[in-house]
Design a protein around this ligand. Structure first.
Ligand SMILES: [Zn+2]
Length: 197
């Protein structure tokens, strides 16, 4: 018999950190945790919010999941009961790590639920979930919808609107590559941000 105070798996266990993350939008995150410097330092923001993160070698997990040789895990966000964390690949450069951290943080804010027992969001270099071919079209659609949502969140976090407008008004003939270099983000993220303006 269970003693009082012992919580079984399956009991309502709230992850307080997820609850906190769920209340954050990119704008609110910037307002509360950003030092107003460009490039936006996502590691400082995560530390401010209180979400654990670390660099990780995914090669063993990639083998275990039988991930295609041309594909790779770039990062993941996981929740397990009241535990929440983000891992990013040790194989990627600083700008990509910044983007992957922002993308995984977005999943924490948008797609992880405080009551959920266990949840993993994985970011692959092919942008597809490792098991997507086993899923129905609707599930696949939901996955890509979530990925796009997370990327839009990351774009708004990594490219705050005012610094972008200031930059564009001073540099009218910039190519997308220059904007990406200025904000230390991939080009696709600049496109997403500009489309959202
Ligand atoms: Zn994702």
């Amino acid at each position: 018999m269970l003693k009082f105070g012992v919580r079984r798996k399956g009991d309502l266990r709230m992850c307080e950190m997820i609850k906190k993350a769920n209340s954050l939008t990119p704008e609110k995150t910037l307002e509360e945790y950003w030092d107003k410097k460009i490039p936006v330092n996502v590691k400082n923001i995560l530390a401010g919010v209180g979400i654990r993160f670390r660099k990780n070698d995914f090669s063993e997990l990639e083998r275990a999941l039988e991930i295609d040789k041309d594909d790779a895990i770039l990062g993941l966000a996981f929740s397990d009961g009241d535990d929440l964390g983000i891992l990013f690949s040790s194989q990627i450069d600083r700008d990509s790590a910044n983007y992957v951290l922002a993308h995984e943080f977005a999943h924490c804010c948008l797609h992880l639920a405080p009551h959920e027992q266990f949840h993993v969001e994985m970011k692959m270099s092919s942008d597809l979930y490792s098991d997507s071919h086993n899923k129905t079209i609707r599930e696949r659609h939901n996955n890509s919808h979530k990925e796009l949502q997370a990327d839009k969140f990351a774009a708004n976090l990594l490219i705050p609107t005012k610094p972008l407008i200031d930059y564009l008004s001073k540099n009218k003939e910039q190519r997308i590559e220059d904007v990406a270099r200025h904000f230390h983000v991939p080009k696709e993220i600049v496109r997403l941000k500009i489309m959202s303006l």
